[in-house]
Design a protein around this ligand. Structure first.
Ligand SMILES: *Cc1c(COP(=O)(O)O)cnc(C)c1O
Length: 219
């Protein structure tokens, strides 16, 4: 077992490389988003020192507190639900927002993007398991939502994101996300976490969001 964050990080990078090769893909086609939410700086610093430059955070304010003044050269992803009253801060701070999932949020983001002249890359979150407690558009509404985001709000998402139900095999959810992305002409697939990122890579993930396997359990 790897023990330090630097060792765990190297192990995850190697596993991503092997999973990509096993799927006939190039390791460089899969981006590791290191999910640093709720981790102490002592766990994050060694991973940053080891060269990781892409990090994921769940909350706007926590991300600002952690990364303000340190974000030069980094790519920061918002992977948690976004309230419209935080849309301005999110547009100002993040390079990627992965959780666009409703029309009101599309409207707020489009307004802020125009106002600030700053355009974070956007993913549409799809609730593939149709879980009531989870954010995301349901699969049956995904095509219409993506069309509205494009036509009504002038936003061009780069991909789709999902979090499969914890108690089901993830593969079918990843396959569904890939299918929705393909028929909507979206290249990006943000899917796979600590427990299933190798499966996600086999199903075409272009970006995996890995927290505890890199940094250790969250407190
Ligand atoms: C916390 C979180 C992750 C990382 O989860 P791990 O199981 O620790 O890898 C990935 N994606 C989202 C949306 C999360 O909230």
């Amino acid at each position: 077992m790897a023990s330090s964050p630097a060792d765990s990080y190297a192990d995850v990078v190697a596993r991503i490389g092997r999973a990509a090769q096993a799927a006939g893909r190039s390791p460089s086609d899969v981006t590791l988003v290191a999910v640093s939410k709720l981790q102490p700086w002592e766990a994050v610093a060694p991973v940053l020192a080891a060269g990781q430059r892409v990090f994921g955070e769940n909350r706007v304010q926590e991300a600002q507190e952690r990364w303000s003044g340190k974000s030069e050269g980094l790519t920061l992803h918002l992977i948690g639900p976004l309230q419209t009253n935080k849309a301005a801060d999110a547009v100002a701070f993040f390079d990627v927002i992965e959780t666009l999932d409703r029309e009101k949020l599309a409207r707020f983001l489009a307004d802020e993007i125009e106002k600030q002249g700053r355009s974070p890359r956007l993913y549409v979150q799809v609730n593939t398991g149709e879980e009531p407690q989870k954010a995301g558009v349901i699969p049956a509404e995904a095509d219409a939502f993506i069309a509205t985001v494009r036509k009504t709000y002038g936003l061009e998402p780069v991909g789709l994101m999902c979090i499969p139900p914890a108690d089901e095999p993830a593969g079918p959810h990843f396959a569904l996300l890939a299918k929705i992305a393909a028929r909507n002409g979206l290249a990006g697939l943000s899917m796979g976490m600590s427990g299933d990122f190798e499966t996600a890579i086999a199903f075409g993930a272009t970006s995996v969001r890995v927290g505890s396997a890199v940094f250790g359990a969250r407190h």
